[in-house]
Design a protein around this ligand. Structure first.
Ligand code: 2P0
Length: 332
C-alpha cells in the first residue's frame, strides 16, 4: 500500500511534438506502443497540476482550467491514480490542472497532462520513482506522455512483449540546451476532433494494409533521426520529420473507413511552407491527430515564416515554441 502524503503537491510538464511519430498499439489494455518515437518537448505548452489526497472525499474531483470536469476525463484520471497507487482502495484526491494553451485544440494536452500527473502522484504517494519509472507510469495515462518526462529531445522505446511493459518507457536524447530550434504551431481549428488517437490507432491497425510496413520501417527512421539530432543536421531532421508525418497520415488515410485529420487550411499551410522552401527558406511541417500544422524552423527564420503562414486563409493564430524543460515538482 502506498504511503499517502496529504499535503498538496504541484507539478508541471510540457507537451511534446513527435518528430518520428507514434501510431499503433501492440496492447491496448497495457497501452503498449507498436513502434518507438522521437519527440521535442515544447516550452510554451505547459500543464501545471496540483494533486491533494483527502480522506474526506468520496470520489476524485478534477478541475481543468477553472472548470469542474466529470465523465470520461475524470474516469481516466481516477484509473490513473489507482494504477499509480497500485490500489483502487485509496483516499480520493482533488486534482486542479491548468494549461498554458487551449485544451482540446489538438495540442497534445494528454501528453503534458499525464506527465504532470505522474510526477505529482509520485510525490504524493512517496514513490521516489526513477525517471524511467516515471516515464513508464506516464505512458499508462497516455502514450505520448512518456516522452514529456524529459526536456529537449526524447525517445520512446518500444518493447516486444505483449504482456509486460518492462521495455516501454522513454529515455532522454539531448536536453533543451542542445539545439535552439523553433516550432511554430499554426492553429487552423479549435473544434473537438471526431476520432481520438486511441480509436484511430486501433482502426488503422485492424484495417490498413499498410500497417505492417509502417511497423517494420520505423526502426530505420528512428536510427536516422537519432544521428541527425546528434549532428544537428537541420535539413536531415526536417526531411525525416516530414517523412514520418506523411507516412503516419498516409497510414491513417488508408484505414477503413479512412481517417483524415486535415482541413483546407491544413493543406494550404503545407503548400505555403513548401513554397517558402523552394525559395530557400528552411522549414518543415509535421501534423498530429488533428488539423494544426507545426512548422520546424531555425530561430532567424521564425518571423518571416510566421507572417507567411498567418496570411493563409483559415489560420487563426500561431504559437511560437522552442525546446522546453523536463517535468518537475513546482511545490510540495
Ligand atoms: C505522437 N500522437 O507520437 C502521435 C502522433 C498523435 C499523432 O501520440 O492512446 O494521446 O493516449 O496512448 O499519446 C497521440 O496519442 O495516445 C499521439 P494514447 P496519445 O505524438
Amino acid at each position: 500500500m502506498a504511503d499517502f502524503n496529504y499535503n498538496p503537491v504541484t507539478a508541471q510538464a510540457h507537451a511534446n511534438i513527435a518528430l518520428i511519430k507514434y501510431w499503433g498499439k501492440r496492447s491496448v489494455d497495457l497501452n503498449l506502443p507498436a513502434v518507438g518515437s522521437i519527440s521535442l518537448t515544447l516550452d510554451a505548452l505547459k500543464t501545471t497540476t496540483t494533486l491533494q489526497f483527502d480522506e474526506n472525499l468520496n470520489e476524485d474531483e478534477l478541475q481543468l482550467d477553472y472548470r469542474k470536469v466529470t465523465g470520461k476525463p475524470l474516469d481516466r484520471v481516477t484509473e490513473f491514480l489507482d494504477i499509480a497507487a497500485e490500489t483502487s482502495n485509496r483516499p480520493r484526491a482533488k486534482i486542479v490542472t491548468k494549461n498554458s494553451f487551449p485544451t482540446g485544440a489538438g495540442l497534445a494536452s494528454s501528453a503534458s497532462g499525464f506527465a504532470a500527473l505522474a510526477v505529482a502522484a509520485d510525490k504524493a504517494l512517496n514513490l521516489n520513482h526513477s525517471k524511467e519509472e516515471l516515464s513508464r507510469l506516464a505512458r499508462k495515462g497516455s502514450g505520448s506522455a512518456a516522452r514529456s518526462i524529459y526536456g529537449g529531445f526524447a525517445e520512446m522505446k518500444c518493447g516486444s512483449s505483449f504482456d509486460d511493459d518492462k521495455d516501454d518507457y522513454a529515455i532522454p536524447l539531448h536536453d533543451e540546451s542542445h539545439w535552439d530550434l523553433r516550432l511554430l504551431i499554426a492553429v487552423t481549428s479549435t473544434d473537438k476532433k471526431d476520432v481520438g488517437s486511441t480509436e484511430g490507432m486501433v482502426r488503422t491497425a485492424k484495417t490498413s494494409s499498410f500497417y505492417q510496413g509502417w511497423v517494420e520501417n520505423q526502426q530505420a527512421d528512428l536510427e536516422e533521426m537519432r544521428s541527425a539530432l546528434h549532428a544537428k543536421n537541420f535539413e536531415k531532421v526536417g526531411e525525416l520529420t516530414e517523412h514520418s508525418c506523411f507516412k503516419m497520415h498516409g497510414l491513417a488515410m488508408s484505414g477503413r473507413p479512412p481517417l483524415l485529420y486535415w482541413n483546407a487550411a491544413t493543406t494550404e499551410t503545407i503548400h505555403t511552407v513548401w513554397n517558402l522552401r523552394k525559395k530557400g527558406i528552411a522549414a518543415f511541417v509535421t501534423i498530429d491527430a488533428g488539423p494544426q500544422v507545426k512548422i520546424l524552423c531555425q530561430p532567424d527564420r521564425a518571423e518571416l515564416i510566421k507572417q507567411a503562414v498567418l496570411s493563409v486563409n483559415g489560420v487563426k493564430n500561431i504559437i511560437e515554441t522552442k525546446p522546453g524543460p523536463e517535468a518537475s515538482i513546482v511545490q510540495s
